[in-house]
Write a protein that binds this ligand. Structure first.
Ligand SMILES: *[C@@H]1O[C@H](CO)[C@@H](O)[C@H](O)[C@H]1NC(C)=O
Length: 441
């Protein structure tokens, strides 16, 4: 029982009933990594085995006890090696240990990461299609409904609903439950819930988009309110696909807040799925290459521009999504339909400040200015305006958002190792993108 347990927790604890052994045996783990890789298998087995040995032999040599220490440790880890296989052991060594996530996260519960949630049945017919304007869902309704996690803070329409939609490799519970969900639940103007996508969104992004389309229709009808949606990373692409091809979602969604989005994919997908060593890839990582059919299809149908009022928040030092600066930043959404879009780069908003220095991909989830902009958008029901944010100097001087702690930072950074473990464990490996669905051809 080691780090693989927490990795397994992300995908498997919630499936414990279906898969009686939640702890992945080491040989099975490697076996699953190398399966389906043909001629490269020997090499992959070596790489995977070296990776696991490295991770298992890694013990934290430091404990993170101050914010400056956390920042300097992250800087070391992410500026030293660009190879993610090397990054994970360094991350753990520096004290960002995924094994600590349950103990750090007060009240950590496998149920928070479940893909088999028991929810009230929809109170109107939203399946097999949610509206005549939409294609039929390809996933079973039980799968779509089961991914929606409604916490016990939910008011079912007394407060305005906010859907939290996760990214690649980490379920919604680990991503949001103890940061955004915990804090937003205390506010009078937000009522958070989240999704846990099967295979942690590593499978076909078009299927993950169906979860977004269904959840918007379901929560809007359940609460008799239009919804707000907060997306992280790939979740932003999944939502954009849903808004593009499932138009029922547009009038039901008041606004979007996109955290570390990758609308143009990421050039670093090639580091996650390198051709050497060839670890193979997963469908949704292939779809997040900048040149993917998924992204070109999305853009060919108008998906490079917002459909609903949008706030996008990104970091120049994102170790996963690049480029986030320059002429064509991945996280920037255009506004050809004039719905209202604000795009923020944390380093521009808080120059040379703790909140605007090294901010990792997942760091946006605890970043103090990202959270302040999110609150501004939620409070006003429209895209965040920096000019409305009070005490900007004070906010920029903090690394984590008010109400979040150093432990939240450590747990969130530890989730990067969870992502990588889930990525390696995903099967079948593939080097070919899923086919574009018939409705989008
Ligand atoms: C949702 O928004 C649409 C406009 O986009 C509006 O017509 C409708 O009344 C809103 N519904 C609710 C319940 O507020």
């Amino acid at each position: 029982m080691g780090w693989k347990h927490i990795v397994a927790a992300a995908n498997c604890l919630s499936l414990a009933a279906a898969h009686p052994s939640p702890v992945i045996e080491r040989r099975d783990f490697i076996g699953s990594v190398v399966s389906g890789l043909g001629a490269d298998a020997t090499n992959v087995a070596k790489v995977a085995s070296a990776f696991l040995d490295g991770v298992e032999a890694t013990v934290p040599t430091a404990t993170i006890s101050t914010f400056p220490q956390a920042t300097s440790a992250l800087t070391n880890v992410f500026t030293k090696g660009r190879n993610f296989l090397d990054t994970i052991p360094s991350l753990i060594e520096a004290g960002f240990d995924p094994n600590d996530i349950p103990s750090i996260i007060e009240g950590y519960s496998p149920a928070d990461n479940s893909i088999n949630n028991i929810d009230p049945p929809p109170n109107k017919k939203i399946y097999p299609e949610s509206s005549p304007s939409d294609p039929a869902y390809s996933l079973p309704e039980s799968t779509l409904l089961g991914s929606i996690h409604i916490p016990n803070t939910f008011t079912y329409g007394t407060k305005p609903p906010v859907i939290l939609f996760p990214g690649t490799g980490v379920p919604g519970g680990i991503t949001f439950a103890y940061t955004y969900a915990r804090l937003l639940a205390k506010l009078p103007y937000a009522d958070p819930l989240w999704l846990n996508i099967p295979d942690s969104s590593l499978n076909d992004a078009q299927l993950t988009a169906e979860h977004a389309a269904y959840a918007i229709n379901y929560i809007a009808s359940l609460t008799s309110h239009n919804v707000t949606i907060i997306t992280f990373s790939q979740g932003s692409l999944n939502l954009q696909w849903a808004l593009t091809f499932f138009p029922s979602t547009r009038p039901l969604t008041n606004q979007l807040i996109a955290l570390s989005p990758d609308y143009h994919g990421t050039v670093n997908a090639a580091l996650i799925c390198p051709t050497f060593p060839n670890l193979g890839c997963t469908p949704s990582v292939l779809q997040q290459f900048p040149s993917s059919n998924f992204i070109s299809t999305l853009f060919a149908h108008g998906g490079a521009s917002a459909y609903i009022p949008t706030t996008s928040i990104r970091s120049a030092t994102d170790q996963i999504v690049q480029p986030q600066t320059g002429p064509n930043p991945s996280g920037v959404l255009q506004d050809e339909r004039n719905v209202g879009v604000t795009n923020y780069l944390v380093q521009e908003v808080c120059p040379a400040s703790p909140a605007g220095t090294l901010v990792t991909h997942e760091g946006i989830l605890y970043n103090s200015i990202a959270y302040a902009l999110t609150l501004d958008a939620l409070q006003h029901g429209r895209p965040a305006q920096l000019s409305r944010v009070e005490d900007l100097g004070k906010i920029c001087a903090e690394i984590v958002a008010e109400g979040m702690s150093l432990a939240d930072l450590v747990a969130t950074e530890g989730s990067f190792a969870v992502f990588f473990g889930n990525f390696l464990a995903y099967t079948p490996r593939t080097s070919v993108e899923p086919k574009v669905m018939g409705y989008a051809v």
